[in-house]
Design a protein around this ligand. Structure first.
Ligand SMILES: Cc1cc2nc3c(=O)[nH]c(=O)nc-3n(C[C@H](O)[C@H](O)[C@H](O)COP(=O)(O)OP(=O)(O)OC[C@H]3O[C@@H](n4cnc5c(N)ncnc54)[C@H](O)[C@@H]3O)c2cc1C
Length: 380
């Protein structure tokens, strides 16, 4: 196992870090008030970030999983903007990559080039009001009608929904079969019968617009089916690797918090000394660093195995659970180190507090991941 970066990856990491520090970090507080910024999105597109892992033949950067992780981590570290990382991950890793991995040549040619530049924004729509952890119990139906399918139902908590141009939608072609009925469709936002609700109000992360989608006799051409009828569940497991890699920016965000805490603990004085001299503060810094490094290498392991074509189900579940919970622990300590200032919006340090909490829920809760790990360990 060798996680050393190539010279190219090191240069790439440095360039993304610098770009994010210069272009992303200064505007995070304003974006939280004003919402998603198309100007920033355009700049990310110009940097080649929005199509990073899309194959070159479809206009993307052709990056493998490890290089993608390097870019996501550097972006999280330099930009310190968890919300924007969610927009990017939802667009690229769970919006575009299912098309890369499961799409027909026609689908790839139609959608990927515009997604690679960011002209078309993607989103992944699985969760429903009554079906979250129990995803195979979803109620959105897709009924065959000649050369089309008619979709009826609704989705909720969908990252990017209010800004997305196309959705990767999970629907059932046979409710009785549960997992065996799940079928995926690429649905464009202006398809008649599709409406998007108003952005949902979250405690944090306003610049990731999150929303609901409604399908009311929404007619989708059969050629927009991604994979075969009833193959959606298997496809979901298959594309999971990219979804898990979407957690890589969390490592960068943890690192940005740690940098800020080290700096603050050297500057902030109490009892006539920098607070960083107090061993209880040093202990919090040490624990943040331990969680950061363990999370980093778990993510590299998933990416490394994915690039080798190995089974990553167990590692991906372990990494998702550990990293999101480590980020939650770490963000609590970061706020603690900043004391009262950690609770003020003037300091971005508190933002990861909510962001990391959401990471333990989105993409499968910590409880569900533990069940997956347990099942894989016991085979029961
Ligand atoms: C910020 C954010 C962004 C999101 N973005 C997307 C997106 O882009 N696309 C998308 O499709 N979805 C998205 N989601 C939805 C997310 O995947 C679901 O919220 C998640 O799967 C949990 O579903 P739920 O909220 O319905 O909770 P529930 O499934 O109702 O769970 C409630 C609680 O019960 C626990 N629980 C449930 N079943 C079990 C069990 N069998 N054993 C033990 N405990 C259990 C859960 O762990 C949790 O603690 C997003 C969510 C958030 C918060």
């Amino acid at each position: 196992m060798d996680f050393s970066f190539t010279e190219e990856q090191t240069m790439f990491k440095d360039s993304i870090l610098k770009f994010a520090e210069k272009e992303i970090r200064p505007g995070i507080t304003a974006r939280e008030e004003e919402g998603f910024s198309y100007d920033i999105w355009k700049k990310m597109g110009e940097m080649g970030l929005l199509g990073l892992s899309i194959p070159e033949e479809y206009g993307g950067g052709g990056a493998d999983a490890m290089t993608t992780v390097v870019g996501l981590e550097a972006f999280g570290h330099g930009g310190w903007d968890g919300s924007l990382c969610v927009v990017w991950g939802s667009h690229l890793l769970i919006g575009a990559m299912p098309i890369v991995e499961l799409g027909t040549e026609e689908q790839k040619k139609t959608y990927l080039p515009k997604m690679a530049t960011g002209e078309k924004i993607g989103a992944f729509a699985l969760t429903e009001p009554e079906a979250g952890s129990d995803a195979t119990g979803l109620k959105t139906t897709a009924t065959k009608d000649g050369d089309s399918y008619i979709l009826n139902g609704s989705k909720t908590f969908i990252s990017n929904a209010p800004i997305a141009d196309l959705f990767i939608v999970f629907a059932s072609t046979d409710l009785e079969k549960r997992a065996g009925g799940l079928t995926i469709f690429i649905v464009e936002k202006d398809t008649p019968g599709l409406t998007v609700g108003k952005p949902l109000e979250k405690y944090e992360g306003k610049s990731t617009p999150t929303g609901e989608i409604f399908f009311d006799d929404c007619k989708v051409p059969a050629e927009n089916m991604l994979g075969g009828e009833g193959e959606g569940f298997q496809a979901m497991l298959y594309t999971l690797g990219w979804e898990r890699i979407a957690f890589a920016p969390t490592i960068g965000l943890m690192e940005a918090d740690l940098d800020a805490c080290i700096e603050y603990s050297k500057e902030r004085k109490q009892f006539g000394k920098p607070i960083g001299k107090f061993q209880l503060v040093q202990a919090m810094l040490a624990e943040m660093k331990m969680d950061l490094e363990a999370s980093r290498y778990l993510t590299y392991l998933v990416a490394w195995k994915k690039d080798r074509g190995e089974f990553i189900g167990l590692d991906a579940a372990i990494a998702k659970t550990f990293i999101s919970e480590a980020a939650e622990r770490s963000s609590r300590k970061a706020v603690q180190i900043f004391g009262g200032y950690g609770c003020m919006k003037e300091y971005p340090i508190g933002r990861n507090f909510w962001f990391s909490k959401m990471a333990t829920i989105g993409g499968g809760t910590s409880q569900i991941q533990r069940l997956v790990i347990g099942r894989l360990l016991t085979g029961l």
